[in-house]
Structure formats: C-alpha cells, structure tokens
Design a protein around this ligand. Sequence first.
Ligand SMILES: [Ca+2]
Length: 263
Amino acid sequence: MARPTRLLAAALVIAALLAGCGGDGSGGGRGDALPTTTADAASNGASATTSTSSDDGSAPTTTTDTGAGAACPDDDPLAAATSVSEAALDIDGDGVDDAVGAGQVDGDWVLVAELSTGGVAIGAVSDTGGPVAVRPLGGAPIDDEPGAELVVQTGAGAAAFLVGIHRLDGCELVALQLGADAARFPVGATVTRADGVSCPPTGGLVHRSAESLDGVTFDVVEVRYVVEGDDLVEASRDTATLGPDDPGFTALARLDCGTARLG
Ligand SMILES: [Ca+2]
C-alpha cells in the first residue's frame, strides 16, 4: 500500500508536470505556463520550390505534391473568420516561415497557411474535443517531404490538451490519419496518468502513454510512428517503468515538437 507521503510527493510531481505542459486542469485557459520544450528549429533547410508554368497549349503539366505554393489560390477564408489564432512555420520548406492561422467560419474550424512560395493552402479540423479553440501551435518536420508539419491544438479536457498533425499536400493542409480517423494525441497528466508527444530530429512522431497504480511509478508505453502518405503508421513500440528519479520522467507529459507550444 502506498504511504500518504509518497502520494503527496507524487501529486507534487504531477503538479509540476502540469505546470510544465501548460495544463492546469482548467481546460486550456490562455496564458498558462508554456512547456519547456527544447527542440531543433522547425525548418529542415531550404528547398527550392518550383512554380508550375504552362507553355503554350499542349505542354504536359506536372504537379508537385508539396511546396508548389505558387499554384495555390490566393483567397484567404480567414478574412471572415472568428476566433482566429496564428503561428509562423515553414510548411512549404523553402526556409522562410509561412503564416499559419486557424479560425471558425460558419461554425467550422478552418486552417490556412499563407505560403512564402505564393498562394494559400487550406485545411479543416472536423473532429474537435472540448470547448476550446482550435489553434496552430507550431511544428516540426515529421514526414520525409520538405517543410515542417503543423501541430494543431484540436481540443482539451480536464487535464490534457488534444493535438493533431497536418501536412501540406499541394494546396491542402491534410490531417494525418491514425487508423480511420484524424490522429489526435492527448498531452497532459493526472496523478495516475501522463501523455506526451515528441517529434524526434530523425523524423516521425512519438506518443508516450504512462499509467500508474500508486501515483509514483509509471508504466510507460512509447509508440513511434512514421508517415506513409497521409497515415501515421506504427514503426516501433517500447515499454518501460519510470519513477521520479529516472531520466525522462519529467518529460512524460510534454509536447516536444519543434516550435509547437501549448498554452
Ligand atoms: Ca515557407
């Protein structure tokens, strides 16, 4: 049986984790402490982008999957949106930050990236959780295409935020899928549970899920995903048992994806 003093210590540790991830249990109030993430810059280096141009008449047209912002429309649907929030992130991979925004248009959450290579890319967040505004948080390179993937806050609960990932595909900001649904990962902690997400420099995405019976020692499952098309595919799965003195314990509930910041 766990002694009360150990439970108190565990509660203090979890409180520290919550402060570190910006979640205070109030469901995503703005201005909370930011996570202490230290990740590499989101840009993965400049990559020349090619604007498609048509020759006279019959030249075959070639389209690229990413980065061809010049081929995208200029209309910005956020011009008429409410609850707009913004972030800067190099999504098209030319080494220059793009202006990313999220807002509500006729009740639907819309993502927009004004690409430095020209034009506007648009996406949607259709599956939200909790009464919290959808927000672009920044991001990191996750797939093997040029540019960073966008981490989006898609909801929040009592002790955790929900984050999803969008990638640029042509002129669309497509939500990465996990199984049949858009991927959504919790980030946060209670006394007996912690969830965190990392974007390793080598690419892919890691979700840590930790549970505890006594609030002191946590059984951790760490799943690494890689991107195949628009899908997150499990590449490896590791388990560990961590206590407060183990390296990595205080990172269990963090969001550690490039420039992405909760709060
Ligand atoms: Ca850019």
